[in-house]
Design a protein around this ligand. Structure first.
Ligand SMILES: [Zn+2]
Ligand SMILES: [Zn+2]
Length: 450
């Protein structure tokens, strides 16, 4: 059969619109819409038969029942729904009721065509509405991870009712989803006893309320705040980023975390702040950084803020990192310079066996880890006090490397010196990728800062 014979067979099934007539030939030629394909076939047949040209309005089409006439109005509704939202990439998807798949199969079957010839109504809706949204907004289509996603539910509106009330589409039929946006940076925690993330009080479950004889009263344990600590790195950083991106809420993702009583200084620790439903995706990160640091008032500092991709969250959480530490150590018995130097030389480059420390969450399965001390150095301040600096593999328990944790870490500074040793103050001074830095350009959406 020739293409005109096929078209004649399709038209014989009943009234069909240009798009539905053209769609079984979607693979023929390029740069044409299905409606243009259908219209040319209808024109060709009218001329061949010398019959009057009789177009069919989509509203009268038995295959799409009017939906092929709604592309413009759907695109307009989506563009309206995206008003006030900043985005560079988009995608349009649709839910098409099964009835239309059946109609399309029936159409092809009746005309003697392959049941899957051309393309589906769903693909045409997605492409045609998507094209119009792109033209109206200047955004690029992205199938991977678009900034915004509009899903059309064809079952949620009736094309035949659209002319009276265009807004009928808006409320039910289009779901506009805004994907999260991400800001990467490094934080420093300049004071002790600040957790990285919010730490709700375990006694009251974060409510700040306990039940007393008189009814509800402030929780004794947390003083009614609901939190065990007054603030956290997350609480310092998050509100500013969420506000700068005009989002609904934010989530803090850190590249590991230091103990609450340890400072995080010098090089800082990588983090990503994820903002849900951002209406602004490209805030001025330098201004944001200044704002956070001014408000944090010396407790916390951030630096190197940049706009990051979605992949940066996994990068920060999964990338193997080594840590630099500075520990102040107290010994029970006096230690000589020679003993101290000999013990450090022993630990330098050694691989430790560490049984899960007693202080660590007891719900965590106990096991023995092996971790390498890449480098260690120190200075004896007095016979019973020292400062130790070290660079260790990720996951190394530093307090236990010093104390031995009752023999659960082997070797240890305490074990080698044959005296009790304890970390009295711990600082993390750097967190860096084992194989390569965290900050690879492919994980950023903006240009490197000068
Ligand atoms: Zn149609
Ligand atoms: Zn409480």
């Amino acid at each position: 059969m020739t293409i005109t014979e096929d078209a004649r067979a399709l038209l014989a099934t009943g009234p069909i619109c240009d798009s539905c007539l053209g769609r079984p030939f979607a693979e023929r030629s390029f740069g044409l819409t299905n409606a243009e394909r259908g219209r040319s076939l209808r024109t060709t047949l009218a001329m061949a038969d010398d019959d009057p040209y009789e177009p069919v309005d989509p509203d009268d089409c038995w295959v799409c029942e009017g939906y092929c006439g709604t592309f413009d109005v759907l695109a307009e509704t989506i563009v309206e729904g995206l008003e006030g939202i900043d985005f560079d990439t988009y995608q349009v998807g649709s839910r098409v009721p099964p009835l239309f798949e059946e109609n399309e199969e029936l159409l092809r079957e009746d005309a003697g065509l392959e049941i899957d010839s051309g393309e589906t109504l769903k693909r045409e809706v997605n492409r045609e509405v998507g094209r119009r949204v792109g033209a109206a907004t200047g955004a690029d289509v992205s199938f991977d991870r678009p900034d915004v996603l509009a899903i059309i539910d064809l079952a949620a509106f009736d094309p035949l009712e659209l002319e009276d009330d265009v807004d009928r589409v808006t409320s039910h039929a289009i779901d506009v989803q805004v994907n999260p946006a991400f800001v990467y940076g490094r934080y420093r925690k300049l004071e002790r006893d600040i957790p990285q993330t919010e730490w709700p009080c375990r006694e009251c479950g974060g409510t700040g309320i306990q039940l007393g004889d008189e009814g509800e009263e402030p929780c004794d344990y947390c003083g009614g705040s609901g939190y065990l600590y007054d603030t956290s790195v997350e609480q310092v950083v998050r509100p500013h980023v969420v506000e700068a991106m005009d989002g609904d809420e934010g989530t803090f993702h850190g590249a590991g975390r230091e103990d609450v009583d340890a400072r995080m200084i010098e090089g800082g620790r990588p983090f990503v702040l994820e903002v849900k439903r951002p209406r602004e995706r490209s805030p001025d990160v330098e201004a944001l950084e200044r704002e956070i640091n001014a408000a944090a008032d010396g407790q916390v500092e951030v630096e190197g803020l940049r706009l990051a991709t979605y992949e940066m969250v996994e990068r920060v959480k999964e990338h193997d990192a080594s840590k630099h530490y500075r520990a102040e150590v107290a010994f029970d018995d006096a230690v000589t310079e020679e003993e101290f130097e000999a013990a450090l030389a022993e630990l330098d480059g050694t691989t430790l066996e560490q049984y899960t420390p007693e202080r660590v969450d007891h719900r965590r399965a106990s096991l023995t880890r092996t971790r390498t001390v890449y480098g260690i150095d120190g200075e004896l301040r007095s016979p019973t006090e020292a400062v130790v600096t070290l660079h260790g593999e990720g996951g190394l328990y530093v307090k236990e490397l010093i104390s031995s944790d009752n023999g659960r870490t082997e070797p240890s500074l305490a074990g080698l010196l044959e005296t009790d040793a304890e970390v009295t103050a711990l600082d993390v001074t750097g967190v860096e990728g084992e194989d390569e830095p965290f900050e690879r350009e492919e994980f950023f959406r903006d240009e490197p800062r000068a």
